[in-house]
Design a protein around this ligand. Structure first.
Ligand code: AKG
Length: 435
């Protein structure tokens, strides 16, 4: 596929956007995130409430989106006399969005602008019920290609004014990032052919409005295109409240978040890494399998996320030690049942429980799923060939004891106790279960 390179100049970075390349997503996203309000526009920005959704929730589609717009002006700076369908391509009709958005004008075709447009070049033109001075061409209801059915032209604008509805009109210039608040009716006319990228976010200031619009969309008739909650607004709100309570140390919902609250570093939310358990190449990029401190969760993270962390140094040291798997070692196979040692706390006696081998890596480490015999809990953990006989063993040996219901156990090598959530209903640490 042909690829066009466009340089986007958005402070504080310059991004080269490869239009037509296989995956321009990361570049467009970088452009949208590096606005002058990254705490809002970054996917994990502290003031972007969508970032409060936990990792186990499927995130809403916040973009980035790319708008490729045809210009409404001729090279001489007059409005084109075009067919309705062509006019559709020169703008986006009147609509409201359920999320806040930032929209950046990245590229404009090099053309002469009309005398009234600013010298630096105007790509898009918009604002709540504000439109072009159309010179007679935009005379009807012209909808955008996907959004909005109506385009408010000069005649309709006049009528709206008589009803007391007025809006603003402004020109978006090359490199401008326009913030469009959720629920704000707006339309766009591209004066010149241009490329814009946009990204959605959910600000604390507008979450109430997001909810109100979600509610309105819910009441639309069945089958209506906008009768959907694309933002998962209520989930976002619920998890924001949970996050706030947890951060304030007020309340932690059982089983919801066992981990310590994340910290804010440079306006970004950061979680603590407990340790790295494995690495892999995805395409030509190195990724690490990360265990998050206090969370029963593993995620694959790009190497850059782990830069300069203690966990990475420890992982590299461990890899150094693990280099040679002894020839005589019998490799576990995926699906094999083994036993692993688990304990409720440092001091509690250990018990062996069965686990299923999930993945075996070439360095002699493997991941296993541990399931408590009574089915009350299960989790995944990593083991290595060196730990055979201490942290795990083959099935032939008899289990020492089986834990009874209600006990909350973790592998001995990774103690995770410490929060009230892991106490049993009597407030004890499940010692009864170990007897
Ligand atoms: O720039 C455009 O053409 C449309 C932008 C817009 O209306 C939006 O992002 O909601």
């Amino acid at each position: 596929m042909m690829s066009i390179n466009v340089t986007i100049k958005v402070l504080p970075i310059n991004v080269t956007l490869a239009i037509g390349s296989a995956d321009p997503t990361s570049e467009t996203r970088a452009a949208c995130e590096h606005t002058n309000a990254p705490a809002y526009t970054k996917r994990d920005g502290a003031l972007n409430l969508a970032s409060k959704l936990p990792r186990y929730c499927l995130p809403p589609d916040l973009g980035p989106k790319m708008y490729l717009g045809f210009g409404a002006l001729t090279p001489e700076g007059r409005f084109v006399r075009a067919s309705t369908s062509e006019r559709h391509a020169a703008g986006t009709g009147l609509h409201v969005d359920i999320a806040d958005a930032v929209n950046i004008l990245c590229h404009i075709e090099p053309l002469r602008a009309p005398s009234w447009a600013p010298r630096s070049g105007a790509g898009g033109l918009g604002g709540p019920v504000g439109t072009e001075d159309d010179g007679g061409t935009q005379d009807g209801a012209a909808g955008g290609p996907s959004k909005g059915t109506f385009y408010i032209n000069a005649r309709l604008r006049k009528r709206l004014k008589e009803e007391g509805v007025v809006g603003w009109r402004f020109v978006q210039r090359l490199g401008d990032a326009v913030f469009i608040p959720c629920g704000c009716p707006h339309q766009v006319l591209n004066l010149r052919s241009c490329i814009k990228v946009a990204m959605d976010f959910v600000s604390p200031e507008h979450i109430a409005r997001c909810l109100a619009h979600t509610e309105q969309f819910r009441l639309l008739p069945r089958g209506h295109g906008r009768r959907q909650d694309t933002l998962s607004t209520k989930s976002v709100l619920l998890h924001t409240v949970a996050h706030a309570l947890r951060t304030a140390g007020v309340y932690v919902a059982p089983g919801y978040a066992l981990g310590p609250p994340p910290t804010l570093v440079g306006g970004e939310v950061e979680y603590s890494v407990e340790y790295i358990a494995a690495e892999r190449m995805k395409g030509n990029k190195l990724e690490y399998n990360v265990k998050w401190l206090g969370y029963e969760e593993w995620t694959w993270e790009p190497a850059r996320h782990l830069k300069n962390t203690k966990a990475l140094l420890e992982w590299q040291a461990k890899k150094q030690q693990n280099l040679t798997v002894p020839e005589e070692w019998v490799w576990p196979v995926e699906g094999e049942t083994i036993e692993v040692e688990v304990a409720a706390s440092e001091d509690a006696p250990a018990v062996w429980v069965t686990a299923e081998v999930l993945v075996v890596l070439v360095d002699g480490t493997f991941q296993a799923r541990i399931v408590l015999p009574d089915g009350s809990d299960q989790w995944e953990d990593w083991f290595s060939w060196q730990e055979e006989g201490t942290d795990w063993r083959r099935r032939a040996q008899q289990p020492r004891a089986a834990p009874s219901s209600g006990a909350v156990l973790s592998p001995i090598k990774k103690q995770r106790l410490g929060s009230d959530d892991q106490l049993d209903s009597n407030g004890s640490c499940g010692e009864k279960a170990m007897e």
